[in-house]
Design a protein around this ligand. Structure first.
Ligand SMILES: [Zn+2]
Length: 197
């Protein structure tokens, strides 16, 4: 079911035999939907949509607690021991810079996208952006994401050098370079709260 990938928290659906109801539970792992095995998909989707305000409120309680348990590095949760005395921002900045540089060498060979400068920034609300002057900005927290998700962000911003919007044509360009982009977008949405560190 497509809406499961678009939820802003990890979401699993469990089908239950001998049940004809839908119930929701939110905990630190995300949202769990229990639904009777004969309930049609659209009915489940409508039910979840109706409860979305409640779900978001519950999930907010766990978001910050999750960040305290450890942090992601290339998509894997590392406990605090992994980071030891490292200055988190310094660590992620260096890693993000290194990875972004390497991926740009691959995807922007011969500077075919005609980019100006690359900045590693600390925006709270976005993972990357592209200015009309051709500067690419990437969030220093990007090294939290799995490599293929970082690659999607790079491709996304490079494609903005051709289409400065999110038109159909823009998404066609992205898809050409990154066929699985929908899955990566969903990861970013689910992990948006990690921008809070
Ligand atoms: Zn964009």
């Amino acid at each position: 079911m497509e809406f499961l990938d678009q939820m802003s928290m990890p979401t699993v659906l469990k089908r239950r035999a001998r049940s004809n109801r839908i119930s929701l539970r939110v905990n630190e792992n995300g949202l769990r939907i229990n639904a009777g095995e004969h309930i049609p998909d659209p009915e489940i989707e409508t039910f979840v949509q109706k409860k979305s305000a409640w779900i978001d409120k519950q999930w907010q309680k766990y978001e910050l607690a999750l960040n305290e348990k450890g942090y992601l590095y290339l998509g894997e949760l590392k406990d605090l021991e992994f980071f030891q005395d490292k200055d988190l921002e310094k660590f992620y900045r260096a890693e993000t810079g290194r990875i972004v540089k390497g991926l740009l060498e691959i995807h922007n060979e011969d500077d075919k996208y005609d980019i100006n400068k690359v900045f590693i920034k600390g925006q709270k609300t976005r993972w990357g952006s592209c200015s009309s002057a051709g500067n690419l900005n990437f969030n220093w927290r990007l090294a939290m994401a799995p490599t293929e998700v970082i690659e999607y962000i790079i491709i996304h911003e490079l494609c903005h050098r051709i289409e400065m919007n999110h038109s159909k044509e823009f998404w066609r360009l992205v898809q050409e370079k990154c066929p699985e982009f929908r899955r990566h977008k969903a990861w970013l949405k689910r992990n948006q709260f990690r921008l809070n560190i």
